[in-house]
Design a protein around this ligand. Structure first.
Ligand code: TRP
Length: 459
């Protein structure tokens, strides 16, 4: 459980760490969650707010996680206990809990991706309406089986360990994701509707933003944490495997740059394909990307091949994110309960599979009520609480330790360091407090308006 644990693994290279963090960040958040959040929150106006959160809050929040992870070299629960005080272990406990919830539904969506990959190969979704195909495959036995297959892949990689499993895996997956998406963006550019698509995606309506900030702010904050894998200790855990004193700030900027670049690239793939196929994009909800892309691939030139490539890439991105989610829990279990990695991974993976089963068996089909219950709780509330508390513990209560750690690999920051920590500590915490309050209000509305009526109907 301590730094001196001789068996604790480290990354073999610096690029291994960066790719693992990029692999964690780039995932369903960029490709599945982002587009329907954009659709539900007013298009490019949401994109602006989201980018602001990523840069102004995401970067400091990521550095805070790096600092705690590298300084302690421990799993997230022990790390917080060590860096903060014994009481902070409860925050680590919260992180472990968030990991269970998040990965449980993330993996169900990973299963959908596998289904659409197969569907592209066999052409099965091309013979019926995209909406009814989605309702058929999104829940039920197939969804459960593919959720199991996806979890199995996650378990297999993480059971192999940090170097041989995670680092090796991301070194293959991350370059493949970028290469295939770049290719698909070029394909998108050659399509007829490309210019209209770029205009839609890249021109925000500021009036909408001002009129609807109460709903845009919490959702943009949630998406910011989600897409950068922040607020639940992934970056603490990954930074705990760093052995050298690298410049953490440079690493953070690199990772965020990659993630943002790939988000934009996703838009350059998705929107031209949808526009040129004449697909109505305003259709919101968790099925949006699946339904719209399937509809588009049904009519486009080379639709099947492009479909296979697209969903294969999404599957890789989802996998490289999922391994980071489970690793938070696995590293805790290995240290705390002294069990072996393989056994820990299998047990935890099985528990996560079971927790996700209700999402895969959701009787509401296209409405995805159970998925929304999990996703809104995890993203809009728990990640924001996690990020808020973590930033507080580091920037308000442990300023000197934090500065000392950031300065390694950077040099003496003099008074700049204090200014920076103040900026992070105070305004960011206030903004996140507002986002959290609005998020809770929205969640209560969701429970009253959607979820409780749904439960009453089915139980
Ligand atoms: N960032 C990933 C995505 O965008 C999902 C993810 C992985 C995540 N690890 C996380 C989200 C930790 C929040 C916290 O798909």
């Amino acid at each position: 459980m301590s730094n001196s644990n001789a068996e604790r693994e480290t990354w073999s290279t610096r690029i291994g760490f960066i790719l693992a963090a990029v692999g964690s960040a780039v995932g369903l958040g960029n490709i599945w969650r982002f587009p329907f959040q954009v659709g539900q929150n007013g298009g490019a106006a949401f994109v602006v707010m989201y980018l602001a959160f990523v840069v102004l809050i995401g970067l400091p929040a990521m550095l805070v996680e790096f600092v705690v992870g590298r300084r302690t070299g421990m799993n997230t629960v022990s790390a917080l206990k060590e860096f903060g005080s014994p009481r902070w272990k409860y925050l680590g406990g919260l992180f472990v809990f968030i990991g269970f919830v998040l990965l449980s539904y993330y993996s169900v969506i990973g299963g959908w991706v596998l289904r659409y990959m197969i569907g592209s190969a066999t052409g099965s979704y091309m013979t019926q309406s995209a909406g009814s195909y989605f309702s058929e495959v999104a829940t039920g036995f197939d969804a459960l089986a593919l959720h199991a297959v996806f979890m199995f892949a996650v378990i297999a990689i993480v059971a192999l360990g940090v170097k041989r499993g995670i680092e090796f895996g991301v070194k293959l997956m991350v370059p493949a994701i970028i290469a295939i998406f770049a290719l698909l963006a070029v394909y998108g550019y050659t399509l007829d509707g490309a210019m209209d698509a770029y205009a839609y995606y890249l021109s925000p309506d500021m009036g909408y933003l001002l009129a609807n900030w109460q709903s845009i702010v919490p959702n943009a904050a949630a998406q910011g944490f989600f897409t950068l894998s922040l607020g639940m200790g992934v970056m603490i855990t990954y930074a705990s495997y760093l052995s050298e004193d690298e410049n953490l700030a440079v690493d953070g900027v690199t990772i965020i740059g990659f993630n943002t670049g790939i988000s934009i690239l996703t838009g350059l793939v998705v929107f031209p394909i949808l526009f040129s196929a004449g697909v109505n994009y305003s259709r919101a909800g968790a099925g949006a990307v699946f339904i719209s892309m399937a509809e588009a691939f049904s009519s486009l030139p080379f639709g099947r091949v492009i479909g296979i490539l697209f969903f294969l890439t999404v599957a890789l991105a989802a996998l490289s994110s999922s391994i980071s989610l489970i690793e938070v829990i696995v590293s805790y279990a290995i240290d705390e309960f002294n069990i072996q990695r393989v056994r820990a991974t299998v047990l935890i993976g099985t528990a996560i599979f079971l927790l996700g089963a209700p999402v895969a068996l959701d009787p509401s089909g296209l409405d995805t009520h159970i998925l929304n219950l999990y996703d809104k709780l995890a993203a809009n509330i728990l990640l924001v609480i996690g990020g808020l508390l973590l930033i507080s513990v580091v920037t308000i209560f442990h300023t000197d330790k934090a500065l000392d750690e950031i300065e390694k690999g950077v040099g003496n920051l003099v008074w700049w360091g204090h200014v920076w920590l103040w900026i992070v500590g105070v305004p960011v915490v206030v903004v996140l407090g507002v986002a959290l309050t609005l998020g809770i209000v929205e969640y209560v509305e969701f429970l009253r308006g959607d979820f409780i009526p749904f439960v009453q109907e089915y139980l």
